[in-house]
Design a protein around this ligand. Structure first.
Ligand SMILES: N[C@@H](CCC(=O)N[C@@H](CS)C(=O)NCC(=O)O)C(=O)O
Length: 204
């Protein structure tokens, strides 16, 4: 299996951290492509990833899987231990609920801010929109406060145990540094949770 990654890009990083938490990083060959050099927009790469995004997982028979969470679901099936997506129907629902909240209400909001405000993203997000950036920033910061309140009463993001939801949030928080904003420094409970995650051996 080959996983297409791009240095510093948070979506493929989420998959890499998921595999690392499974102890299965060596199950895939990792090929790096440069988003900044537009390698992901080449005809060859689009044949693997029709929306020209990273990551994509290419199976040995040539089947391509995109969407970082879908790739993680595939790995969860392939490598069931340690379980990262829930054992019981309730755990599965709770973990997915938080993972989707973090992705939709935090990660994507932050990405909207970054893509529309940071000069390095101008060639990819053309035209950039100050209005979209401001809205993404507002939404991401508002959700960080909600996460902080949630983590005041919970050791982990979801279901009382370590899961993909912790991984998604950890990667998203780390990525926020590109806008010189670190929610884990700004919010006490988020910061304490981040420290606990780091102790688990996350990179970064
Ligand atoms: N929903 C997709 C999003 C993938 C995505 O947006 N990847 C970014 C890198 S983190 C990308 O490929 N950007 C390329 C571009 O914007 O042109 C997933 O979860 O995999």
């Amino acid at each position: 299996m080959k996983l297409y990654h791009s240095p510093k890009a948070p979506n493929p990083e989420r998959v890499v951290q998921f595999l690392r938490a499974k102890g299965k990083l060596d199950a895939v060959e990792i090929e790096e492509i440069s988003i900044m050099e537009m390698e992901h927009r080449s005809t060859e790469y689009r044949a693997l990833s029709p929306f020209a995004q990273v990551p994509v997982l290419v199976l040995d028979d040539g089947t391509c899987i995109t969407e970082s969470r879908a790739i993680c679901t595939y790995f969860e099936g392939l490598f069931p231990e340690p379980n990262l997506m829930g054992e019981t129907p309730l755990e599965k629902a709770q973990i997915e609920m938080w993972d989707r909240r973090i992705e939709l209400m935090f990660f994507i909001q932050f990405a909207t801010w970054f893509r529309n405000a940071h000069p390095v993203m101008a060639p990819l997000e053309n035209p950039q929109s100050a209005e979209a950036a401001a809205k993404g920033e507002r939404n991401a910061k508002a959700f960080a406060k909600k996460l902080d309140a949630h983590l005041a009463e919970h050791e982990f993001v979801a279901a009382g145990r370590f899961s993909i939801a912790d991984i998604t949030l950890y990667v998203a928080c780390g990525f926020c540094g590109v806008m010189r904003w670190l929610p884990q420094r700004e919010h006490e409970n988020l910061g304490a949770w981040y420290g606990r995650m780091k102790e688990r051996g996350f990179a970064g």
